[in-house]
Design a protein around this ligand. Structure first.
Ligand SMILES: O=C(O)CCC(=O)C(=O)O
Length: 261
């Protein structure tokens, strides 16, 4: 399974310009190579322009859901569409959307854990639906958004449902880059699955983002890593048979003693 991550520098507050940027990126990478899945970062349509989101967020998933569906159909590629600000009944959510290569929406998720350090609770509403797995290419996968990474029970739930790949879409700050790397590595090792993480780069107001998009295999090896500051494409081939090999070798799932936790 071939994947490409867009470590994108988001244009703050300009949905149209970010749509155009993603379309251009997709055209550029797909004219050189085919990919099964492409991955975008968190809040890629607006960036972290929190006070403006009430005015510039999508409404009921549009126009971004249709935009992603159309791209997926046109280029026959599945899109883990990062997340975007989405207003539903007056509340703005940090909303993730995954579309298959036939343009079907296979998963949506609203970020559950809002970030106090970034004042997200003042501008966003936390998701209230249960996270669960979805399938692309017959493989079970999960998705979490940025701060969700700090709550290991969420990724463990997805792993217990059979996820072999977990996507992390983020705009993680440079100030805590060491946490970004360590926590993802731990999630991959403890759950014995691939972690595919798309982070943004650049900065917005006082916050610098940390880039360092990562692909980590089920043994915790960093097989690809983006730079800190550059907008770039990170590509990898996921050898999914490795997941079961690692699970057979160190059988943590059958060693769990849930009744004592
Ligand atoms: O947990 C962190 O340190 C950063 C989280 C974050 O930036 C986010 O969820 O957008």
């Amino acid at each position: 399974m071939n994947i490409a991550i867009y470590q994108m520098e988001v244009i703050p507050g300009n949905v149209e310009a970010n749509h155009a940027k993603v379309k251009r990126w997709l055209e550029e990478i797909l004219c050189k190579e085919d990919y099964d899945i492409v991955v975008l970062p968190e809040l890629w349509t607006t960036g972290y322009t929190l006070p403006e989101l009430d005015n510039i967020a999508d409404v009921n998933g549009e126009p971004t859901t249709s935009f992603l569906q159309q791209l997926a159909r046109q280029y026959e590629v599945a899109i883990v569409g990062g997340s975007f600000a989405n207003k539903v009944e007056g509340h703005v959510y940090n909303h993730a959307c995954v579309v298959s290569k036939t343009g079907d929406v296979v998963y949506t998720y609203d970020k559950i854990h809002l970030v106090p350090m970034l004042k997200e609770p003042a501008y966003l509403t936390g998701g209230k639906q249960h996270a669960h797995t979805f399938e692309l290419g017959g493989v079970k996968m999960g998705l979490i958004i940025c701060y969700d990474l700090r709550f290991p029970e969420l990724t463990r739930k997805l792993a217990l449902e059979g996820a072999e790949v977990v996507f992390i879409v983020a705009q993680w700050p440079l100030a805590r880059r060491n946490h970004w790397i360590a926590l993802q590595t731990a999630r991959a090792i403890e759950n014995q699955l691939y972690v595919v993480a798309s982070n943004s780069c650049g900065s917005y107001e006082a916050t610098e983002f940390s880039g360092t998009s990562l692909v980590i295999d089920a043994n915790g090896e960093h097989i690809r890593q983006g730079s800190i500051t550059e907008e770039e494409t990170i590509t990898a081939t996921l050898q999914l048979e490795q997941v079961q090999q690692v699970r057979r070798h160190v059988p943590v799932f059958s060693s769990r003693m849930e009744q004592y936790y």
